[in-house]
Design a protein around this ligand. Structure first.
Ligand SMILES: Cc1cc2nc3c(=O)[nH]c(=O)nc-3n(C[C@H](O)[C@H](O)[C@H](O)COP(=O)(O)OP(=O)(O)OC[C@H]3O[C@@H](n4cnc5c(N)ncnc54)[C@H](O)[C@@H]3O)c2cc1C
Length: 484
């Protein structure tokens, strides 16, 4: 990798592209851009340090900068938000579950009268998902094609299922599938297969796809210069065009001038930069949210679990396929192969329990978001998950015994709503016009046509799936629309 000092970054008369942040949105944008423009001069401005994989293992964390050191809570708003600040962004900490968005996820408003429809449809992302699924060497089941058209063949076979999963697939109603994951089910050179130790933020086998183990070709591309410890503060916009990206390094301010900027500083920091730069559009810094993540446990009678080959072995689409309602949110069940609440405390029946996680979608609320009170970091407010999400959870709990009825269920226990699932979304939403959104369907800011916003901040709704595969696909698509 070619690291440059802030002085070198600022001295260049004009970068063809400045990329802000080096997480999923940014690096997939950069990878695609370099495929098309390999000789352009690109600068990556990354706020965090370069914490090598060895450093992360030795220190037991992904970064020495904690998320909560980078924002402040508004009064009475204590919900945590999780992400990595550092080279590679949250590719370092993610757990690499990679289902696609469901076709119905793009039409939430049409179905419920709430939230927003996406300005694109499922089919718009299919070629990009396919390409990225191959690149990330995703292990998954080709049978998903039934509900997610254009799926497969995946690059690797799915991870080994647990015994309850096999029963669900054999005796269930066809909605239970192995979970697609960017964790190897077969070793490749330099990387082992998933060890199912449920310590995915620091993957001991290097089975998990990260920027540092699988995107070095992009980061070390001869056209790319990287300035770390460079915190972008604002963008210089004149007459509707972005001229330069301002950043802070070692207590000093610098500016890097450029023709094009890809802003991918996550859904808390991108809007803060946009607010400081006067970027216009509906909802800049608004509509912050994520799905609700809920743990439950099924006590089984005579069937052992925990014999799967990865941390999350399967997901169940029963509720998604039944369709959304304006009364309650959509949800998906996941089967966890790790001891969420410990082993069962009945002698001889230690493994007769099935941890189930529920992802419950939420409708982003205009009042939740990021603001600038003149301090160094954004102020984040979140008034709680909506009634719609809570009703979705009630619905998912009610249907759980029926959905898992192929299993010998003794008891179902709700163990709790988790504080965060690390899916920060929604503050620079995409849409059709400046009256309803910040960026267009190609991720270009309505008000600044050489500013492209990447990453999960552009999501208009949470969607039912983990967001990152789709954020990467949106970045690829944005470059294709921009450069042809
Ligand atoms: C514990 C955990 C587990 C997760 N598991 C999954 C999963 O299994 N599947 C899934 O789909 N998603 C998962 N996610 C979510 C996933 O990590 C995010 O959806 C994804 O990383 C978002 O991409 P992004 O580009 O928007 O942001 P990020 O990947 O977070 O990248 C943002 C980048 O911007 C940099 N930055 C921030 N501020 C500035 C600034 N001012 N100047 C310069 N640089 C800046 C950061 O250092 C970082 O490099 C998980 C998240 C967490 C926290």
């Amino acid at each position: 990798m070619q690291f440059v000092s802030p002085e070198q970054a600022a001295a260049e008369t004009g970068w063809d592209l400045v990329v802000v942040g080096s997480g999923f949105g940014s690096l997939f944008f950069l990878k695609r851009y370099l495929e098309k423009r390999p000789d352009d001069r690109v600068l990556v401005l990354e706020r965090g340090h370069y914490n090598t994989e060895d450093w992360q293992f030795q220190n037991g964390v992904n970064s020495d900068i904690l998320p909560e050191q980078t924002f402040r809570h508004a009064a009475g708003s204590e919900k945590p938000w999780d992400f990595t600040i550092g080279l590679g962004g949250s590719t370092n900490c993610w757990w690499a579950l990679t289902p696609r968005m469901h076709p119905s996820d793009f039409k939430v408003r049409t179905a419920t009268g709430m939230g927003a429809d996406w300005p694109i449809e499922y089919d718009d992302l299919v070629p990009y998902w396919q390409e990225i699924e191959r690149f990330m060497l995703i292990a998954g089941p080709d049978e998903l094609d039934r509900f997610y058209p254009g799926t497969g063949p995946y690059a690797q076979p799915p991870h080994h299922l647990s015994t309850p999963d096999e029963i669900m697939i054999e005796k269930g109603d066809g909605y239970h599938f192995a979970m697609p994951a960017a964790k190897l089910s077969r070793a490749v050179e330099g990387r082992g297969r998933c060890c199912s130790s449920a310590s995915c933020n620091l993957c001991p086998a290097r089975a998990k796809f990260t920027a540092l183990n699988a995107m070095m070709e992009t980061l070390a591309h001869p056209s790319v210069a990287i300035a770390i410890e460079s915190k972008v503060t604002h963008l210089d916009v004149q007459n509707g065009a972005l001229r330069a990206v301002h950043f802070e390094n070692g207590g000093r301010d610098y500016a890097a001038s450029c023709d094009l900027c890809a802003l991918g500083a996550n859904a808390i920091h991108s809007p803060f930069i946009a607010l400081r730069s006067g970027i216009a559009g509906h909802g800049v810094g608004r509509y912050l949210g994520e799905k609700m993540l809920v743990d439950a446990e099924i006590m089984l009678d005579g069937v052992d679990h925990f014999d799967g080959g990865t941390d999350t072995t399967a997901f169940n689409l029963s509720i998604i396929e039944a369709g959304r309602s304006s009364d309650f949110a959509n949800s998906v069940y996941l089967v966890k192969n790790s001891f969420k609440s410990g082993l069962r405390l009945d002698k001889g029946r230690w493994r007769q329990c099935l941890p189930v996680q529920m992802y419950v979608e939420d409708i982003f609320d205009y009042e939740n978001g990021v603001s600038d009170d003149g301090g160094d970091e954004p102020v984040v407010r979140f008034k709680g998950f909506s009634d719609y999400a809570h009703a979705g959870l009630d619905h998912a709990m009610k249907r759980l015994p029926e959905v898992f009825s192929p299993l010998p269920i003794e008891d179902v226990r709700l163990t709790g709503i988790l504080p965060t699932m690390g899916h920060v979304q929604g503050t620079m939403r995409m849409g059709n016009t400046i009256e309803d959104s910040v960026v267009d369907a190609g991720l270009i800011a309505h008000s600044v046509r050489n500013l492209c916003v990447v990453g999960t901040s552009v999501f208009p709704t949470t969607a039912s799936a983990n967001p990152t595969l789709s954020a990467a696909a949106l970045s690829y698509r944005a470059v294709d629309l921009l450069l042809g």
